[in-house]
Ligand binder design. Structure first.
Ligand code: ATP
Ligand code: MG
Length: 396
């Protein structure tokens, strides 16, 4: 059955949208898809995952399981993903029977830091923004040709990294040799460690008709390689850097004919120059603020783009701070003693919007939820974020 409320056009999306992946991004996508009158079928191997809890249908199978993919294609003709390490081959398979946004080709660029950096470098004449100086390390022999200028550096696995996983900081060639050997032959990138002033991300969305929209600049603070807070409007970004990165994001998304939501991370260095770090081919943690602070959330935007509906207004109506909630707050200090976070106190703060992802087990460093603080002024949002940290025992 096709969606009853949508204008009919060839290959109009069926009522049920297909989602590969079952994490929190999938869950928030499901909520927005349902609000727009769709159902969602989720392909996810794990039982009781955040997205599967909310979905209308859960197909419990691996992301590359032929039967699972077939079953998904029986219910849907429009597909997306919420997890960039989904095999691009699975998305290519789904594209044989329907519309996949973003495409397997776009997702595969973001899955590989080498391809991603090559893409950013190729587009640099138009964007004016390069990635960090880096070297590609495929074999031990490549290490010997590494320029001394790349030290101190960060060794990153080319594939499968997220939340700072698979990254080692190295000060010298000797440390690089040890770190590379420990990764046992995995292809890596060595990046020069840059003097960051602050980090920003640009969320951009593009429809199948080529129309694109760009959200306000989000300023991100990371802790131990994991996003800690996102503040919008960015307290530090200059009008010039904002315009430059937003234009770059629009150029990059158009260059690869991308359909859907894309998030691009940039570093702003101490001398004011801008470097492009990486991109996520999906809604992103730094865009969660859009649920509460913008006319159209990044998840609603993803639904609109894949269903070939008009994109929504990206206007931000309130200043906000987003605070990630990790599993650590379910433990007493550094101990293993479990406790319940005092949500009733957090929710007494007038600006606090709590989002929990329904994960059964709290583990340290695991993303369990987030709180968006929406206030008439950024100062109030920041102040209440700090009060929430005090309540939850999060050090500032
Ligand atoms: P995620 O997927 O969660 O964004 P990731 O594991 O893909 O993270 P990166 O974004 O590459 O990793 O790096 C994580 C953080 O480490 C960055 O946000 C930044 O704070 C720091 N970092 C990474 N590369 C550099 C660099 N070249 N110079 C200085 N700091 C860096
Ligand atoms: Mg990152």
């Amino acid at each position: 059955m096709t969606h009853p409320n949508l204008p009919q056009f060839p290959n109009a999306p069926k009522t049920t949208l297909g989602m590969v992946g079952g994490g929190q991004l999938g869950r928030m996508f499901v909520h927005e898809a349902q609000a727009l009158g769709f159902k969602v079928a989720v392909l996810e191997p794990e039982a009781g995952s955040p997205a599967a809890q909310a979905a209308d249908l859960h197909i419990q199978a691996a992301y590359d399981d032929t039967q699972g993919l077939l079953q998904l294609a029986q219910h849907c003709n429009t597909f997306t993903t919420e997890f960039e390490n989904v095999p691009a081959a699975s998305l290519a398979k789904l594209a044989e029977t329907g519309f996949v946004a973003p495409s397997a080709a776009c997702v595969s660029i973001a899955q590989d830091r080498i391809e991603e950096k090559a893409f950013f470098t190729r587009c640099a004449p138009q964007t004016g923004i390069l990635p960090a100086p880096h070297a590609i390390l495929r074999t031990a022999a490549d290490l010997e040709n590494v320029s001394a200028d790349l030290f101190p550096g960060i060794l990153k696995t080319a594939r499968m990294g997220y939340d700072g996983k698979g990254q080692v900081r190295v000060k010298s060639l000797d440390e690089l040799r040890t770190a590379f050997a420990n990764l046992k032959g995995v292809v890596c990138v060595l990046e020069k460690m840059l003097p960051l002033a602050y980090e920003i991300s640009v969320l951009v969305a593009r429809g199948a008709d080529g129309q694109a929209v760009v959200y306000p600049i989000a300023e991100n603070v990371h802790r131990d390689g994991i996003l800690f807070t996102t503040t919008v409007p960015s307290p530090h970004v200059s009008a010039e850097a904002a315009l430059k990165t937003q234009n770059a994001a629009l150029k990059l998304i158009a260059d690869i004919n991308y359909v859907g939501v894309l998030c691009i991370e940039f570093f702003v260095l101490q001398d004011g120059s801008v470097v492009v770090n990486e991109m996520a081919p999906r809604p992103h943690n730094s865009g969660h603020y859009t649920i509460d602070a913008c006319v159209t959330s990044q998840f609603a935007q993803q639904v609109r783009a894949m269903a070939r509906l008009p994109l929504g207004d990206v206007r931000q109506h309130s200043p906000c701070v987003m605070l990630n909630i990790l599993g650590d707050v379910w433990f007493d200090g550094e101990t293993n003693i479990e406790r319940q976070p005092e949500w009733h106190k957090v929710l007494a703060l007038p600006s606090a919007h709590l989002h929990l992802y329904g994960k059964a087990e709290a583990r340290r460093a695991r993303k369990m939820g987030h709180i968006t603080f929406i206030a008439p002024t950024l100062e109030q949002a920041q102040d209440e974020m700090q009060q929430a940290c005090a309540i939850l025992g999060i050090a500032l």
